[in-house]
Design a protein around this ligand. Structure first.
Ligand code: HEC
Ligand code: HEC
Length: 182
């Protein structure tokens, strides 16, 4: 086996297969890493299975803990959907999200997110946080409404590695526009 493939196999084994997709949360390569490496593979797996079926599993570092707590307290009325979970699972995930929320995440992105939210606010939508609105204000409305994008909540349609917490400008591909040039 080629060395590269061996390395990849080891990485998969160490991080627990598919759960390893989210390993880059703890990666040193991105200044935007939003979850410290201390999240266990079991926690990531639970998060991805319970909160990554209707949409991508959003990196926890994109909202403050108070926002996640509010969101987790109202899962039966979740943006027009019912995402209710049993109490124990909901508590587990609430702890996970708070432990890796913007206040505790590493990297520049989490700090910018926090700086753009007023102290008393507990946003439950990443796509309505001040920093997010500022970064996305130049994208034409007709592109956002196109079937390929559908909504700004669908981060992965323009940021291929969004679920890993990677939003580097060099990786942005907007359907209908191609490589983004500011
Ligand atoms: C039954 C489907 C479903 C499940 C399960 C679900 N969600 Fe959602 N979620 C939605 C829908 C629908 C939206 C609104 C998306 C939109 O407006 O395009 C949403 C939106 C969100 C948003 C706001 C996205 C934005 O615009 O910034 C967050 C954050 C979120 N969900 C977190 C979670 C978490 C955490 C869990 C697990 C506890 C979860 N979701 C489970 C359906 C679901
Ligand atoms: C329609 C495509 C599209 C969608 C959907 C989208 N983005 Fe973006 N995003 C962009 C573009 C384009 C930029 C660069 C804007 C600029 O530089 O003017 C950007 C910039 C960013 C940046 C700043 C990157 C940097 O290096 O400065 C972050 C962080 C980000 N997006 C996060 C998100 C998150 C989180 C979501 C989902 C909740 C999301 N985006 C959804 C297109 C999109």
């Amino acid at each position: 086996m080629h060395n590269f493939h061996k390395g990849w196999m080891v990485a998969l084994l160490v991080t627990g297969g598919i759960g390893g997709l989210t390993e880059a949360w703890g990666s040193d390569r991105s200044e935007y890493r939003s979850v410290p490496a201390r999240a266990t593979p079991e926690e990531r797996k639970l998060y991805k299975s319970e909160c990554g079926s209707c949409h991508m599993a959003y990196p926890p570092g994109l909202l403050p803990a108070r926002g996640w707590e509010k969101l987790m307290g109202g899962l039966e009325h979740h943006f027009g959907d019912n995402a209710e979970l049993d109490v124990a699972t909901a508590e587990n995930l609430k702890r996970f999200l708070s432990a890796h929320a913007a206040e505790r995440a590493e990297g520049k992105l989490a700090r910018k997110v926090l700086a753009s939210i007023a102290g008393g606010d507990a946003p439950t939508r990443i796509s309505q946080v001040g920093y997010f609105l500022k970064e996305h204000r130049k994208i034409p409305e007709k592109i956002i409404k196109s079937p390929e994008v559908a909504s700004l909540s669908r981060c992965e349609n323009c940021h291929a590695r969004a679920e890993e917490g990677m939003f580097d400008e060099g990786e942005i591909r907007v359907p209908g526009l191609g490589v983004w040039k500011d």
